[in-house]
Ligand binder design. Structure first.
Ligand SMILES: C[S@@+](CC[C@H](N)C(=O)[O-])C[C@H]1O[C@@H](n2cnc3c(N)ncnc32)[C@H](O)[C@@H]1O
Length: 200
Protein backbone atom coordinates (compact mmCIF):
# COMPACT_ATOMS: atom_id res chain seq x y z
CA UNK A 1 0.00 0.00 0.00
CA UNK A 2 1.38 3.44 -0.91
CA UNK A 3 1.72 6.20 1.67
CA UNK A 4 -1.25 8.02 0.21
CA UNK A 5 -3.45 4.89 0.26
CA UNK A 6 -2.46 4.17 3.88
CA UNK A 7 -3.42 7.64 5.09
CA UNK A 8 -6.56 7.92 2.93
CA UNK A 9 -7.79 4.59 4.33
CA UNK A 10 -7.16 5.72 7.89
CA UNK A 11 -9.00 9.00 7.47
CA UNK A 12 -11.84 7.26 5.62
CA UNK A 13 -12.32 4.59 8.32
CA UNK A 14 -11.83 6.57 11.54
CA UNK A 15 -13.32 9.69 13.04
CA UNK A 16 -11.01 12.33 14.53
CA UNK A 17 -11.57 11.10 18.08
CA UNK A 18 -10.40 7.61 17.04
CA UNK A 19 -7.07 9.00 15.77
CA UNK A 20 -4.35 8.94 18.45
CA UNK A 21 -2.81 12.27 17.35
CA UNK A 22 -5.97 14.36 17.59
CA UNK A 23 -5.57 17.38 19.88
CA UNK A 24 -8.32 19.54 21.34
CA UNK A 25 -6.12 22.64 21.32
CA UNK A 26 -2.70 22.82 19.63
CA UNK A 27 -1.27 25.02 22.40
CA UNK A 28 2.43 24.23 21.89
CA UNK A 29 2.20 24.79 18.12
CA UNK A 30 0.39 28.12 18.53
CA UNK A 31 2.90 29.32 21.13
CA UNK A 32 5.95 28.45 19.03
CA UNK A 33 4.45 29.87 15.83
CA UNK A 34 3.63 33.03 17.83
CA UNK A 35 7.25 33.24 19.00
CA UNK A 36 8.38 33.00 15.37
CA UNK A 37 6.03 35.74 14.14
CA UNK A 38 2.74 37.32 15.09
CA UNK A 39 1.50 37.59 11.49
CA UNK A 40 2.42 36.27 8.07
CA UNK A 41 2.15 33.10 6.02
CA UNK A 42 2.10 29.71 7.76
CA UNK A 43 2.01 26.28 6.13
CA UNK A 44 0.89 23.29 8.21
CA UNK A 45 2.67 20.37 6.56
CA UNK A 46 0.89 17.05 7.07
CA UNK A 47 -1.82 19.08 8.76
CA UNK A 48 -4.43 16.36 8.32
CA UNK A 49 -7.68 17.34 10.05
CA UNK A 50 -5.94 19.38 12.78
CA UNK A 51 -7.75 22.37 14.28
CA UNK A 52 -4.48 24.34 14.00
CA UNK A 53 -5.31 25.89 10.60
CA UNK A 54 -8.57 27.33 11.95
CA UNK A 55 -6.88 28.67 15.09
CA UNK A 56 -4.18 30.35 12.94
CA UNK A 57 -6.79 31.85 10.64
CA UNK A 58 -8.62 33.27 13.69
CA UNK A 59 -5.34 34.90 14.79
CA UNK A 60 -4.93 36.64 11.44
CA UNK A 61 -2.30 34.47 9.78
CA UNK A 62 -2.47 33.54 6.10
CA UNK A 63 -2.73 29.75 6.16
CA UNK A 64 -2.03 26.77 3.90
CA UNK A 65 -2.43 23.08 4.77
CA UNK A 66 -0.51 20.44 2.82
CA UNK A 67 -1.17 16.72 3.24
CA UNK A 68 -0.62 13.52 1.31
CA UNK A 69 -4.23 12.49 2.08
CA UNK A 70 -6.92 14.15 0.01
CA UNK A 71 -9.48 12.48 2.29
CA UNK A 72 -8.01 14.28 5.32
CA UNK A 73 -8.09 17.61 3.49
CA UNK A 74 -11.69 17.04 2.47
CA UNK A 75 -12.70 16.25 6.09
CA UNK A 76 -10.89 19.37 7.32
CA UNK A 77 -12.58 21.54 4.67
CA UNK A 78 -16.01 20.12 5.50
CA UNK A 79 -15.56 20.78 9.21
CA UNK A 80 -14.54 24.41 8.54
CA UNK A 81 -17.49 25.17 6.28
CA UNK A 82 -17.38 28.69 4.84
CA UNK A 83 -14.02 29.44 6.49
CA UNK A 84 -12.38 26.72 4.38
CA UNK A 85 -12.20 29.01 1.37
CA UNK A 86 -9.78 31.28 3.28
CA UNK A 87 -7.20 28.47 3.51
CA UNK A 88 -5.02 27.14 0.70
CA UNK A 89 -5.34 23.32 0.59
CA UNK A 90 -2.48 21.44 -1.07
CA UNK A 91 -2.54 17.70 -1.72
CA UNK A 92 1.16 16.81 -1.74
CA UNK A 93 3.70 14.25 -0.59
CA UNK A 94 6.50 16.18 1.11
CA UNK A 95 9.00 13.47 0.23
CA UNK A 96 8.21 13.70 -3.51
CA UNK A 97 9.54 17.20 -4.23
CA UNK A 98 6.32 19.18 -4.74
CA UNK A 99 6.36 22.95 -5.06
CA UNK A 100 4.53 24.57 -2.15
CA UNK A 101 5.37 28.26 -2.63
CA UNK A 102 7.07 30.27 0.13
CA UNK A 103 6.03 30.77 3.74
CA UNK A 104 7.25 32.59 6.86
CA UNK A 105 6.63 29.54 9.05
CA UNK A 106 6.67 25.82 8.28
CA UNK A 107 4.76 23.79 10.89
CA UNK A 108 4.97 20.00 11.07
CA UNK A 109 3.47 18.00 13.93
CA UNK A 110 4.07 14.28 13.59
CA UNK A 111 5.09 13.97 9.92
CA UNK A 112 8.89 14.10 9.80
CA UNK A 113 9.19 11.20 12.24
CA UNK A 114 7.54 8.90 9.66
CA UNK A 115 10.37 9.53 7.16
CA UNK A 116 12.59 6.60 8.03
CA UNK A 117 14.35 6.45 4.62
CA UNK A 118 17.26 8.85 4.26
CA UNK A 119 16.22 9.80 0.67
CA UNK A 120 12.81 10.91 2.00
CA UNK A 121 14.43 12.99 4.74
CA UNK A 122 16.73 14.61 2.16
CA UNK A 123 13.74 15.48 -0.03
CA UNK A 124 11.95 16.97 3.02
CA UNK A 125 15.05 18.99 3.96
CA UNK A 126 15.32 20.41 0.44
CA UNK A 127 11.61 21.24 0.28
CA UNK A 128 11.82 22.97 3.67
CA UNK A 129 14.79 25.09 2.52
CA UNK A 130 12.98 25.97 -0.74
CA UNK A 131 9.74 26.86 1.05
CA UNK A 132 11.15 28.95 3.93
CA UNK A 133 13.44 31.80 2.86
CA UNK A 134 16.17 33.28 5.10
CA UNK A 135 14.67 34.83 8.23
CA UNK A 136 11.73 32.40 8.24
CA UNK A 137 11.09 29.70 10.83
CA UNK A 138 10.21 26.02 11.17
CA UNK A 139 8.31 24.43 14.07
CA UNK A 140 8.71 20.67 14.03
CA UNK A 141 7.07 18.32 16.52
CA UNK A 142 8.04 14.65 16.58
CA UNK A 143 7.89 11.76 19.00
CA UNK A 144 10.63 12.26 21.59
CA UNK A 145 13.31 9.69 22.39
CA UNK A 146 11.10 8.25 25.15
CA UNK A 147 8.02 8.37 22.90
CA UNK A 148 6.26 5.64 20.89
CA UNK A 149 8.24 3.49 18.44
CA UNK A 150 5.31 3.16 16.02
CA UNK A 151 2.21 5.08 14.99
CA UNK A 152 -0.66 3.82 12.83
CA UNK A 153 1.31 0.57 12.32
CA UNK A 154 4.19 2.55 10.75
CA UNK A 155 7.75 2.67 12.10
CA UNK A 156 8.85 6.08 13.34
CA UNK A 157 12.19 7.70 14.08
CA UNK A 158 12.00 9.63 17.36
CA UNK A 159 14.15 12.76 17.90
CA UNK A 160 15.47 15.27 20.38
CA UNK A 161 16.23 18.84 19.30
CA UNK A 162 19.94 18.37 18.49
CA UNK A 163 19.20 15.20 16.46
CA UNK A 164 16.59 17.09 14.47
CA UNK A 165 19.00 20.01 13.97
CA UNK A 166 21.61 17.57 12.64
CA UNK A 167 19.01 16.20 10.17
CA UNK A 168 18.05 19.67 8.92
CA UNK A 169 21.66 20.77 8.47
CA UNK A 170 23.32 24.20 8.72
CA UNK A 171 20.56 26.11 6.89
CA UNK A 172 18.36 25.87 10.02
CA UNK A 173 19.53 27.10 13.44
CA UNK A 174 17.92 25.47 16.47
CA UNK A 175 16.46 28.23 18.71
CA UNK A 176 14.75 26.02 21.31
CA UNK A 177 13.22 22.61 22.02
CA UNK A 178 10.30 21.92 24.33
CA UNK A 179 8.95 18.60 25.63
CA UNK A 180 5.24 17.88 25.49
CA UNK A 181 3.11 14.99 26.72
CA UNK A 182 0.22 14.50 24.31
CA UNK A 183 -2.83 12.85 25.86
CA UNK A 184 -4.57 10.83 23.14
CA UNK A 185 -8.38 10.84 22.82
CA UNK A 186 -8.37 7.42 24.56
CA UNK A 187 -6.28 8.76 27.46
CA UNK A 188 -2.86 7.36 26.45
CA UNK A 189 0.25 9.47 27.01
CA UNK A 190 2.78 10.13 24.22
CA UNK A 191 6.05 11.99 24.66
CA UNK A 192 6.76 14.59 21.95
CA UNK A 193 9.45 17.19 21.40
CA UNK A 194 8.80 20.46 19.57
CA UNK A 195 11.72 22.41 18.12
CA UNK A 196 11.80 25.95 16.74
CA UNK A 197 14.34 26.68 13.99
CA UNK A 198 15.35 29.85 12.18
CA UNK A 199 16.36 29.71 8.52
CA UNK A 200 19.82 31.29 8.29
C1 LIG B 1 0.09 11.69 12.73
S1 LIG B 1 -0.78 12.61 11.56
C2 LIG B 1 -0.63 14.27 12.19
C3 LIG B 1 -1.67 15.19 11.63
C4 LIG B 1 -1.58 16.64 12.14
N1 LIG B 1 -0.29 17.21 11.87
C5 LIG B 1 -1.92 16.73 13.59
O1 LIG B 1 -1.06 17.07 14.39
O2 LIG B 1 -3.10 16.50 13.92
C6 LIG B 1 0.35 12.61 10.19
C7 LIG B 1 -0.17 13.37 9.00
O3 LIG B 1 0.84 13.45 8.01
C8 LIG B 1 0.31 13.15 6.75
N2 LIG B 1 1.44 12.62 5.96
C9 LIG B 1 2.09 11.45 6.14
N3 LIG B 1 3.09 11.32 5.26
C10 LIG B 1 3.08 12.45 4.51
C11 LIG B 1 3.87 12.91 3.42
N4 LIG B 1 4.89 12.17 2.94
N5 LIG B 1 3.57 14.11 2.87
C12 LIG B 1 2.54 14.86 3.35
N6 LIG B 1 1.77 14.48 4.37
C13 LIG B 1 2.03 13.29 4.95
C14 LIG B 1 -0.79 12.15 7.01
O4 LIG B 1 -1.77 12.09 6.00
C15 LIG B 1 -1.34 12.70 8.33
O5 LIG B 1 -2.36 13.66 8.09
Amino acid sequence: MSGKEHWDLLYRSKSDDELSWTQIEPVMSLNLIGEACSSGRVIDVGGGTSILAERLLDRGYTVAVADISEVALEHARNRLGAKASKILWIAADVSAGPSLGTFDVWHDRAVFHFLTASADRAAYRNLLAQTVPAGGHAVIGTFALDGPQKCSALEVQPYDGPMLAAELGPRFALLKSEPEIHVTPKGGRQSFQFSLFKRV
